[in-house]
Write a protein that binds this ligand. Structure first.
Ligand code: AMP
Length: 391
């Protein structure tokens, strides 16, 4: 990918797409700033080189309309405190007011534009909107890996008007995820969880060609267990995908990939904070029960398999981790990955938040900032936001 290292930045207007789409509360307070801190290396590099840095991002889904609920105000002040310098915020992302603010900028200063999704043109990748954004800068940097699966004006459209380069976060994400798929040391393992198989069909297909072992837990395991003829009670299950699950298990066998399902599970009558949890073998799930976590035998099995792997990628919680009684499997596997000397990559979304909440970041090789983007990358899909920095 084209990167910044040999780029003449001093005095240049550098227009940089970041992914500041952080979780916020009703008052717009930032609940987790991991995506902002992940962009700091590129931001600081551009400022140290004397660039005039114009940052743009989306936040939430304002659906093409100005809406204070999705304002980046609080992100500007948080960024200012992280950088320990002023961050000017303009209440728009195109137009005269923005042009004036850009003209006033000095080398090494930073300006944050208002939410790019206040305009319909953004998500439509409208050429005129792209041109107006592009007119603010001389160089385009895409550091928004988390939005790289979207071909929007601020992620790809601008590249029709300005030379495009990958920021350090983008570069690092792509390098780590490529490593997992292409040249990570073997044996390679994927751990998959989360609610649905439907979301991860493409992913499993691609991983069958890249991994030696695939562990499946979470709600998605139920469909596989049922496809094997097991009684799963009233657990969530995608009955329309039983055939697909069977064919994935057959494909794993013919490709010599070890596909491992839970051997015991934690069940309850309902998903609630005071539901009584019980551990049973996968063959012993009663009619009224729901499978809500992997059981202790499975935790041990998964932990031992993790010990054998040299490269591990994980996406999706292994149980309904939001409730204490069903969080054990997810926590134990997080700890196992943190303790493992293997290259460990957390594939974004919920799973990244879990690692941060448990404070186990230090033991993980790479925690992806993407959710959908990470999954699509691991599915083998070319991401448009990555492609503009390559071609
Ligand atoms: P995803 O968005 O696909 O990664 O799914 C995450 C959600 O899956 C979390 O909210 C979990 O509570 C849920 N989940 C994990 N395991 C189960 C399960 N066995 N039954 C129901 N939901 C589950």
């Amino acid at each position: 990918m084209r990167n910044l290292r040999n780029l003449e930045i001093k005095g240049k207007r550098v227009l940089m797409r970041v992914d500041f789409n952080v979780p916020t509360d009703k008052e717009n307070n930032i609940l987790d700033d991991a995506k902002i801190t992940a962009a700091l290396p590129t931001i600081q590099y551009v400022l140290q080189q004397g660039g005039r840095l114009i940052l743009m991002s989306h936040l939430g889904r304002p659906q093409g309309k100005k809406n204070g609920k999705y304002s980046l105000d609080k992100i500007a002040s948080h960024l200012a405190s992280l950088l320990n310098m002023p961050v000017t915020m303009v209440d728009d992302c195109i137009g005269e007011e923005v042009q004036r603010a850009v003209q006033k900028m000095q080398d090494g200063q930073v300006l944050l534009l208002q939410n790019v999704r206040y305009y319909e043109g953004e998500e439509k990748n409208d050429p005129e909107f792209s041109r107006q954004l592009a007119s603010l800068g001389e160089i385009f940097i895409n550091d928004a890996f988390g939005t790289a699966h979207r071909a929007h004006s601020s992620t790809t459209g601008i590249a029709d008007y300005l030379p495009a380069y990958a920021g350090f976060l983008m570069e690092n994400e792509v390098a780590m995820l490529r490593k997992v798929l292409e040249d990570g040391e073997k044996p390679r393992m994927a751990i998959l969880g989360g609610a649905k198989v439907a979301d991860k069909l493409g992913l499993i297909h691609n991983l069958l060609d890249k991994m030696d072992t695939i562990l499946i837990g979470g709600g998605m395991a139920n469909t596989f267990l049922k496809a094997q003829g097991k009684n799963i009670g009233k657990s969530i299950c995608e009955d329309g995908l039983l055939e697909e699950a069977r064919s994935l298990m057959n494909a794993a066998q013919s490709k010599n990939v070890r596909l491992v399902l839970p051997q015991d599970v934690v069940v309850a009558d309902e998903i609630s904070a005071d539901a009584a949890a019980e551990i049973v073998d996968v063959d012993q799930v009663k009619a009224g029960k729901m499978i809500l976590d992997i059981g202790p035998k499975t935790v041990e099995l998964f932990k031992n398999l993790v010990k054998d792997a040299q490269t591990v990628v994980w996406n999706g919680p292994l149980g309904v981790f939001e409730y204490e009684q069903f969080a054990n499997g997810t926590r134990a596997i997080t700890q196992a990955l943190a303790d493992s000397p293997a290259t460990t990559v957390i594939g974004g979304g919920d799973t990244s938040v879990i690692v941060h909440d448990l404070g186990l970041e230090a033991g993980i090789t790479h925690i992806s900032t993407g959710g959908g983007a990470t999954l699509e990358f691991l599915e083998g899909i070319e991401l448009p936001g990555v492609a503009v920095c390559e071609h």
